[in-house]
Each structure stands twice: as structure tokens, then as C-alpha cells.
Write a protein that binds this ligand. Structure first.
Ligand code: HSE
Length: 436
């Protein structure tokens, strides 16, 4: 049988990795797919950057629309990233009856509802395994492997750059900017690295995970997003003293009134496996009612790990070429007519524990005032740690860990605490999850 002909949009880090994996493992891939898979036409903005060996046998253009309009191309692989023209190209490819594989999390998280509806109408597949967790097959695991479960929650380290920065700060005391520059050099960081450090990239990925876990539409605009730029070495060290690590987590949880959807720095017990996921590695912990906790770990970025996920999607697409569209795995795991309208909870309604760091005057009764405020807001304390008083200022640092609380109550309590004259600086608060 003739090989399946693929059109590639983007020959950067992931494009190059995908081509190399396809070429090196061509025989194994053909044995799995039942046909060879060949890139025949590729578009790249700057063709001089492509490795000459990678592009042997391909027609190369600078106009990506030439690829999506090429009648010979059966599957379009979009690895350009960004919102536009990626959206227009993917919609055009669908209109032309071509299947699509993409690694573009920003595109799927923000325009996925429109793209999947168009694909549904046309009877084509849009596959996006590489959009979340790089090479980890976590989309497939949740969508297919856990299809018997009601998923209760998931929590993921889903941005390699952020995890790399936090790990290097903790282990080597390196500067934030220095580590970020290294992540950019290694090709892990987004074109705009604020997407990594402010949590936007993780929020894109969480949007996708939550949708396939709970059967809800993609709702990127409803994700609460907080980055890692305010995390200090001091808090990393105090968390360590108390038996916790600070990780930048994406959390989605089924709660009584709706779904929690949030990305923020989080203390987690250091004995949890996921607390030991370091460097650029990613991991997603998924809790299903039948299976209990499951953990998916691997390289979350990089040329060949991400290429591995792109090629797996290509194999899936090729296997499904002869199946009729109604009998394919639904894009978002649940049948398109069966998506739920569960609301996304506002942050004030989220239940979570907290780490608080306070700078206070070291005088009798100060701690009593603080604990009275916490008690009045129904906040129960799990641990308190007072560090030695600074002789020059007469001020002490107090660390408090709380039990789970409604976030709105905590925000009110912090406002009351900050109004005390004995409290000398804004309260530092970082959420804490036990991930039991
Ligand atoms: N910038 C992303 C990361 C790349 O660091 O995880 C993979 O999506």
C-alpha cells in the first residue's frame, strides 16, 4: 500500500524532532500503522534553519497555505504554534477534508470548540496528544484508558520550564533569570516565556485535561492562573523544613457545586511521588473513582519527546482512515452531544489549605490575635513555626499551615490580619494540597 502523505507546518524544534523520529523508526511505524507515513510537503518561515538531512525528499515552501491546499496531502501536522495563522490553517485543512495533528495547546485551549465542531461536520480527526505533557501519552490515557471511571480530580506539573526553574532555584540557589535563559536556549520555553512563568501555558494544558477528564467544553478563560515569579528562596526553604515542596501545579477537581480549575504555586508533601518530579520533566496525577490514583510521568518538552507524541497521533489517524467517523474516539473523550454544563467555580468557592508567612512585632498576644481571626473565619491551623526574632527590628517571622478552607474565608482573614498594627508586611500566602 502507498505511504500516507503528510504536510508539515513548521520545521522548528518539534518539527525537526518529528521528522527525525518518523525517518529513524519508519519500519516500526509502518508495522504499527499498516502503511508508511511520509512527509511530502513542509512549510517553514526560515528554511535555512532546517537541518538539510531532515528535509530530503520534501517539497519546501514558505507559504503554509500551499501545504493545506495541496491535494496530495492527506494529513496536516501543525507545529507552528500560536493562535494565528494556526487557527485559519487548521480550519482550512479541515475544510479541505484533511485530518489534522497538532501540538498547539494555545490553539486547542482557546479555539478547540470551534475546531472540533468543524472537524465533526467534515468527518475528519484532529489529534492533539503533543499539546499536553510533551511525550507523555496522558491524553490517550485519560480519554481511553480511564474511560470506565468518574474522574474526581487531576493535578499536574505541566510546564517543564517552570518546573526547571523551581528545581534549580531549590537545589542550586540559581537566579530566576539565569535558569529561564537556559530553558530558552534548550528549546523548552515558549516563544513568549511569560507564558511559562505566568502559568498561561499550564492553563492552556489544564483546560484541555479538564475537558477530557470531566466532559466539559474547553474554557480557558475560566482558569484561575497565578505564576511563579513571586516565589522566593525563603519560602522554598521554609516549605522544605515543614516537609513540603513548592510545585507549579494545574489542578482540576470535581467539587459539589462545579469544577475547580486553577494553576498556581502549591505546597505538596515531599513524600508524594509527584513532589519528586524535577527539572524539565512533567507529571500528571489523575484520580479516578474506580482505579484510584494514577501517575503519568515523562519529558514534557523537547524535540523528540514531543515528536514521539506527534507520531503516535499520526499512527492513530492512519489506523482510523478507513473507519467511519461515528465509530472514532471522540475528540474530547465524551460524545459531542453529551458534554456537561457543570459550572467552573469562582476562586472564592474553592477549598484548599494554605501556607502563610507573616512578619510580626514580637510582642505578647500577637499570635493570639492572629489565631483568633483565623478561628473566627472557620480556619483550622495544622502547624505553626516561629523563627528567631530579628534583633535589629524586633520582628519575627511566623509560618502557619492551615487545614482545608473555603478560599473566600482565607482572603477575608488575611485582610483582617493585615489590618493589625502588629503585622508588619503583607501576608505571603501559597496554597497547599495534600493530593491524597
Ligand atoms: N514551554 C513548554 C514547557 C513547552 O516548558 O513545558 C512544552 O509545551
Amino acid at each position: 500500500m502507498n505511504p500516507v502523505k503528510v504536510g508539515l507546518l513548521g520545521l522548528g524544534t518539534v518539527g525537526g524532532g518529528t521528522v527525525r523520529v518518523l525517518k529513524r523508526n519508519a519500519a516500526e511505524i509502518a508495522r504499527r500503522a499498516g502503511r508508511g507515513i511520509e512527509v511530502v510537503h513542509a512549510a517553514a518561515r526560515d528554511t535555512s534553519r532546517a537541518h538539510p538531512e531532515d528535509i530530503v525528499g520534501m517539497r519546501i515552501t514558505q507559504d503554509p497555505f500551499e501545504v493545506v491546499n495541496d491535494p496530495e496531502v492527506e494529513v496536516v501536522v501543525e507545529l507552528m504554534g500560536g493562535y494565528s495563522p494556526a487557527r485559519e490553517l487548521v480550519l482550512k485543512a479541515i475544510e479541505n477534508g484533511k485530518h489534522v495533528v497538532t501540538a498547539n495547546k494555545a490553539l486547542i485551549a482557546t479555539h478547540g470548540n470551534e475546531i472540533f465542531a468543524a472537524a465533526q461536520r467534515k468527518g475528519v480527526t484532529v489529534a492533539f496528544e503533543a499539546a499536553v505533557g510533551g511525550g507523555i501519552p496522558v491524553i490517550k490515557a485519560i480519554r481511553e484508558g480511564l474511560a470506565g471511571n468518574t474522574i474526581q480530580w487531576l493535578a499536574g506539573i505541566i510546564n517543564g520550564t517552570g518546573n526547571f526553574i523551581l528545581t534549580e532555584m531549590r537545589d542550586k540557589g540559581r537566579d530566576f533569570a539565569d535558569v529561564l535563559a537556559e530553558a530558552q536556549r534548550l528549546g523548552y520555553a515558549e516563544a513568549d516565556p511569560t507564558f511559562d512563568v505566568e502559568g498561561i501555558d499550564a492553563a492552556h494544558k489544564l483546560t484541555i485535561l479538564a475537558s477530557i477528564a470531566f466532559g466539559i467544553p474547553l474554557q480557558f478563560e475560566r482558569v484561575y492562573t497565578e505564576g511563579i515569579t513571586k516565589i522566593t528562596r525563603e519560602d522554598v526553604a521554609y516549605a522544605g523544613e515543614l516537609g513540603y515542596r513548592i510545585k507549579h501545579l494545574g489542578i482540576a477537581r470535581r467539587a459539589s457545586g462545579g469544577i475547580e480549575l486553577r494553576v498556581h504555586p502549591t505546597l505538596i508533601p515531599q513524600r508524594r511521588l509527584i513532589a519528586n518530579v524535577d527539572g524539565v520533566m512533567n507529571a500528571v496525577l489523575v484520580y479516578g473513582d474506580a482505579v484510584g490514583p494514577t501517575l503519568y510521568y515523562g519529558a514534557g518538552a523537547g524535540a523528540e519527546p514531543t515528536g514521539s507524541a506527534v507520531v503516535a497521533d499520526l499512527v492513530d489517524v492512519v489506523r482510523a482512515l478507513t473507519s467511519d467517523p461515528e465509530n472514532r474516539v471522540p475528540h474530547l473523550a465524551f460524545q459531542p452531544g453529551s458534554l456537561s454544563d457543570l459550572p467552573i467555580l469562582p476562586m472564592a468557592e474553592v477549598q484548599t489549605a494554605f501556607y502563610l508567612r507573616l512578619r510580626v512585632a514580637d510582642r505578647p498576644g500577637v499570635l493570639a490575635e492572629i489565631t483568633r481571626i483565623l478561628g473566627s473565619r472557620e480556619i483550622s491551623i495544622e502547624a505553626i513555626l516561629q523563627k528567631e526574632t530579628d534583633d535589629a527590628s524586633g520582628e519575627a517571622t511566623i509560618i502557619i499551615l492551615t487545614h482545608g478552607v473555603r478560599e473566600g474565608n482565607m482572603m477575608d482573614a488575611i485582610a483582617d490580619i493585615e489590618a493589625l498594627t502588629t503585622v508588619k508586611a503583607p501576608v505571603v500566602r501559597i496554597r497547599l494540597e495534600n493530593l491524597k
